[in-house]
Ligand binder design. Structure first.
Ligand SMILES: NC(=O)c1ccc[n+]([C@@H]2O[C@H](COP(=O)([O-])OP(=O)(O)OC[C@H]3O[C@@H](n4cnc5c(N)ncnc54)[C@H](O)[C@@H]3O)[C@@H](O)[C@H]2O)c1
Length: 286
């Protein structure tokens, strides 16, 4: 049985729904009988996504809205149109970009990235939650995080900061919801692993061969729906390179940096390379 927010005659709103994981989630919940609102700035991909979902889930209603999550007007427009479309029981804050910016450079890239990856999610969360409080029945908010917001691999500080912010925001939301409405409205943090999407493969087409390492976006969407049904908050995806056991050790190592007063990000510090290798050595390869 699905999470009660994923049900017929209810609406799912998904940002960044034209491609990749957002599309896979919208497609999956439409197949489960939900009406879907697809929001994306890529008009061509959005049209194609809407037609594919209409073809594969002919009994549901599909509304495609072209817009940019960095525009407050577009986000308010999305909220109003979605509420007119039906009873919104699922919000998936998925849209994100990965534009690189380091600790002391790319200030304008930082601002744009935080607008797309963080502020838009907070804005939509605040808009839709009031409706979810006032309407009857179950609802859920899914914010899409990343392992890069947990173990914070060096190389793209802006992206890691945005995903760490999403993690904390969603944890706080889950707690406040539990205190206020019990499990009538739930929050979930989706943590994809390495996934075969345009984010990682910008030139991919339907005929591009998937390498072995990443999961497909459909695997991520299937994992989301399955684990929501079990009431999980942290919905974690391994991939074909990193097992759950390896990710557990990586997260434990990251937490231990603080507890053991090691240098920041010691996993990538040359003095700790051997110690980290030994720490994960007994984990069988995927
Ligand atoms: N792909 C991965 O390996 C991976 C891993 C961990 C987390 N994630 C997270 O999963 C989510 C989806 O990632 P993906 O790989 O499917 O990304 P993607 O780049 O393949 O697709 C993102 C979609 O969002 C849309 N989008 C981007 N900026 C937008 C904006 N300003 N307004 C409206 N729409 C916009 C794009 O047009 C696109 O359709 C993101 O939150 C990402 O950070 C992805």
């Amino acid at each position: 049985m699905n999470h009660p927010a994923i049900c017929k005659n209810s609406v799912a709103v998904v940002t960044g729904a034209a491609l990749g994981i957002g599309y896979a989630i919208a497609h999956k919940v439409a197949k489960e009988g939900m009406d879907v609102v697809l929001f994306d700035k890529n008009s061509v991909a959005l049209k194609s996504a809407a037609s594919s979902i209409r073809r594969d889930a002919p009994d549901v209603n599909v509304l495609a809205i072209e817009g940019d999550v960095t525009s407050q007007a577009d986000l308010h427009g999305l909220y109003e149109q979605a509420c007119e479309f039906g009873r919104v029981s699922l919000l998936v804050n998925n849209a994100a970009i990965i534009t690189g910016a380091g600790p002391w450079d790319g200030m304008s890239k930082w601002r744009t990235l935080m607008e797309v990856n963080f502020w838009s999610a907070l804005t939509l969360q605040q808009l839709f939650i009031e409706t979810m409080f006032s309407q009857e029945g179950n609802a859920a908010i899914v914010n899409v995080g990343s392992k890069e917001g947990i173990t914070t691999r060096p190389g793209n500080a802006a992206y890691s900061v945005s995903k760490a912010a999403i993690k904390v925001l969603t944890e706080q939301l889950a707690h406040e919801l539990r205190e206020r409405v019990g499990d009538r409205i739930t929050a979930h943090l989706l943590i994809p692993g390495y996934t075969f999407t345009p984010m990682n493969f910008p030139d991919m087409t339907s005929s591009t061969h998937k390498p072995d390492a990443p999961w497909t976006a459909d695997q991520v969407a299937d994992r989301l729906v399955a684990q929501m049904a079990k009431g999980e908050f942290y919905i974690f995806c391994e991939d074909n390179e990193a097992s759950w056991e390896l990710d557990q050790r990586r997260m434990q190592w990251a937490a231990d940096d603080l507890i053991l007063k090691r240098p920041a990000l010691s996993r990538w510090h040359e003095d700790y390379a051997d110690q980290f290798s030994a720490y994960v050595a007994d984990i069988a390869p995927q």
